[in-house]
Each structure stands twice: as C-alpha cells, then as structure tokens.
Design a protein around this ligand. Structure first.
Ligand code: FAD
Ligand code: UDP
Length: 375
C-alpha cells in the first residue's frame, strides 16, 4: 500500500488535516489511531443507559474564530448551548467564573454591595481579572475578597487537579477562568458557542467520509512502519513518546472518570459542578445538559485527577510551566530537523493546553503552509 500521507491520531488535529489534504489537495491519506474510535479526546458515544456521554470528560465547543466555526459548520449543525458551572464553596453552589452573582450568593447583601462597588470602581464593569492579578492589586476590603476567592475557588481545586499551587503554573492556567465583574453566569463569552447537533463522533465521521481517506483504528502507527509506503507523516501524539523519551518524559496530568447511571431525569442543576474542597474528585459532569437529550435516565461522571504513567493511563493535560516548556524545546528542536519527513501538531505534539478550536486553528494553519509548500 502507498499513500501520500500517514496521519497519526484521529482527534481534531489529525482529522482536520486529513480532511483538508484529501479534499483540497486530492492526495491520499491513511489516518491511524491506536484507540478503537475516531474523535480523540472529543469522542462521544451512547452508553448502556442510552445516554450520549463524553468518554474523556465534557467537551463544550466555544470559539472567537469565525474561520474555525465556519469550517466545522460544513460538517455539523449546532445546538445552541451556553455552558454554566457551579462550584461548591462554604456549602453553597456559586457560579464560576466567580462574578457579581457569586458575591451575593456568599455574603450578606450590604457587604456584597460594598464589594461590588469596589470591584466596579477599581476594575470597571464587564472586565475579567485573573485571580493572581486581583491578589496583587487588591487593597482594603478587596484584599479580603481576593484572598477569599483565591483560597475557596482556586487554591485547592488547582492543587487537586495539578498537584501544584496556582503560582507554580503559568499564570495563563488560572487566567482561563478569571474573576468576571459582571452578572453573566456563562463559563465562556466567546462569539460562537454550541454543541454539534448529533454529537462529536458524527461530526468526525462526516469529516472523514472522503474517498481519499483510509482509516485504521486499534493500531499504533509504529506497527505500520516498513509495512506501508508514504511520502510524509503528520504526528499528533505525545512528542516525547515519538522520540522514545530521549530527553526524558514530559510531565502530563491524567484523569480517571467514574461513570454512574441514574434512574432519574437529571442529577444536578448544570452540566458541571466543581468540588474544590470536598472529596478526591474535582468535578461532577452531566452531559445531558450539553446535549439536550430527552430521556428519563441520566449518566453522570466523577472526575478524579491522577498522576500520569505512560503504561497505565492517558496524558490528558500538558503542564504549562517554564521548566516543562524548556524540556519540550529539546524535542521541538529534534522535530525541526526531520520536518521534511514528519510534521508535529496538536495538544500532545505541540505540548500546549489547546482547546478544541485552537487545535482546529493550528491544523488549518499548518494545512495552509503545506498547501502553499512553505513547509
Ligand atoms: P487528541 O484529541 O488527544 O487526539 C490525539 C490522538 O492521537 C488520540 O486519539 C490518540 O489515541 C492518538 N495517538 C497518539 N499516539 C498514537 C500512536 N502512537 N499511534 C496511533 N495513534 C496515536 N476543549 C474545548 O474546546 N472544550 C472543552 O470543553 C474541552 N474539555 C476537555 C476536557 C478534558 C478532560 C480534556 C483532556 C480536554 C478537553 N478539551 C476541551 C481539549 C480537547 O480535548 C483538545 O483540544 C483536543 O482533543 C485536541 O485534539 P488533538 O487532535 O490535538 O488531540
Ligand atoms: N480553576 C480553579 N477552580 C475552578 C475552575 C478552574 O482553580 O473552579 C483553575 C484550575 O487551575 C484549572 C484552571 O483554572 O485547572 C483551568 O480551568 P478550566 O475549567 O479551563 O480547566 P479544564 O476544563 O481545561 O480542565
């Protein structure tokens, strides 16, 4: 067998590149994944309870990129959906990102009013303030608030999830969920938000339905080396694994999901509830809120953070820190030297904390470079 491209990984990065190369360059692609399904971590499927679940944790689509939204809209219609998250603080479920509504849930009305006025006069209504910045700049009563939110919303959650405190990570990590001086309870404020109407796996199968694309599941790409011929390869797996850990393993965090079927229509108020303090899990997820599925049953999942071991579990999260970026840099240099044969892209190959839209944007940009023969 001879193909133009061997693409490793059928997540958003690999699937986007396969689709573009097949449909726009009319070249032959063999897309291989070692899992038994397409979709990478965005995969969804129906469980024994008949509920559409996200096997690797809830995936909510949101983007400010018109290019990405329009591209994916070729393969799916969208169910309008705005993600909302609650966090259990002092026995109350409060909206996160922490916002002006959260203030009133936690504090007596007159004190909440005072804090609200201080937040608005110091930062302006509608602004987003990363917690680490709030802590640095706050004075007077806002110091109390900053310390309170830091401790109750961020510190223990971050420790549980990353086994690091917020200062030991890039500031961009906690800045993903900034304090929001607003009454907007949505988790994201992106221009485009929604869920693929028939789920992610259907979206992927439509992307990959092209005569130039052959799909091989349950197969590690290494089993194919020597057995098939190809001109170039795109690799979207962990970059340290590709180079057989020659510069050491890159640190990742993993998760364990514990699913539970419930004989009731809904279990909780929103799709995600965070538990920063209690229990070993960080989140309880209920995907029915995201998918809008009608059923008298529901399925929830508990998310337990885990340390990562290549032989035991999945590398879900690159750990954004300066020293890890340096270690990644050693691998990036190796990748640069073989770019005529192999291109690296994706959350694991770029060692970057990409959301789905960023993975698609990265793939579309790489495709443009390939098509214009710049790479
Ligand atoms: P992946 O989806 O990880 O795909 C890589 C694929 O490569 C995998 O299927 C793997 O099996 C395969 N592979 C690796 N090595 C080999 C090999 N040697 N041979 C064959 N195949 C191989 N993003 C959002 O926008 N919204 C969300 O709500 C959201 N929630 C998330 C929740 C969790 C728990 C996680 C972990 C991520 C979440 N993301 C979310 C991020 C999203 O999952 C990623 O941005 C996206 O999956 C990246 O796509 P990818 O193709 O780069 O990688
Ligand atoms: N975070 C937190 N408390 C929360 C929500 C988020 O401390 O209630 C911090 C935590 O460090 C987390 C990061 O912000 O890992 C990013 O949160 P996000 O919801 O984006 O994480 P993901 O969905 O990618 O797991």
């Amino acid at each position: 067998m001879k193909v133009d491209w061997l693409i490793v990984g059928a997540g958003f990065t690999g699937a986007t590149l396969a689709e573009r190369i097949a449909s726009q360059m009319n070249q032959k692609v063999l897309l291989v994944d070692r899992r038994e399904h397409i979709g990478g971590n965005s995969y969804d499927c129906y469980d024994d309870n008949g509920i559409l679940i996200h096997k690797y944790g809830s995936h909510t689509f949101h983007t400010n990129s018109k290019m990405v939204w329009q591209y994916l809209s070729k393969f799916t219609e969208w169910r309008p959906y705005f993600h909302q998250v609650l966090s259990v603080v002092d026995g109350k479920k409060i909206p996160v990102p922490f916002n002006l509504n959260s203030l009133y849930e936690l504090f007596p009305p007159r004190y909440a009013e005072k804090l609200e006025e201080l937040l608005i006069s110091n930062f302006g209504f509608g602004t987003k303030v990363p917690i680490l910045k709030l802590r640095e700049t706050a004075s007077g009563d806002l110091t109390f608030l900053a310390e309170y939110v830091y401790k109750k919303v961020y510190y223990e959650y971050t420790l549980k999830h990353w086994q690091l405190n917020p200062e030991e990570l890039d500031r961009s990590v906690t800045a993903r969920v900034p304090v929001y001086i607003s009454r907007d309870n949505r988790y994201f404020q992106d221009t485009y938000q929604g869920m693929p109407k028939h789920g992610y796996t259907v979206l992927f199968s439509r992307m990959l339905r092209h005569p130039n694309i052959k799909l091989l599941l349950n197969t590690d790409y290494r089993e194919l080396i020597g057995a098939i011929k190809f001109d170039r390869m795109i690799y979207t797996g962990p970059i340290d694994e590709y180079f057989q850990y020659k510069h050491g393993t890159l640190p990742y965090r993993s998760l364990r999901f514990e699913f539970q079927n419930m004989n009731q229509e809904y279990y909780q108020e929103v799709g995600t509830i965070n538990y920063p303090h209690e229990y070993d899990f960080t989140r309880v997820l209920e995907q029915k809120h995201l998918t809008g599925q009608n059923s008298r049953h529901t399925t929830i999942s508990f998310v337990f953070p885990q340390s990562y071991n290549p032989k035991e579990n999945e590398p879900y999260y690159p750990i954004p820190r300066e020293d890890n970026r340096k270690s990644y840099g050693l691998y990036a240099k190796e990748a640069e030297q073989i770019k005529d044969q192999v291109l690296f892209a994706g959350r694991l190959a770029d060692y970057k904390y990409y959301n789905m839209d960023q993975a698609v944007a990265r793939a579309l940009t790489l495709f443009k470079e390939i098509a214009e023969k710049k790479i």
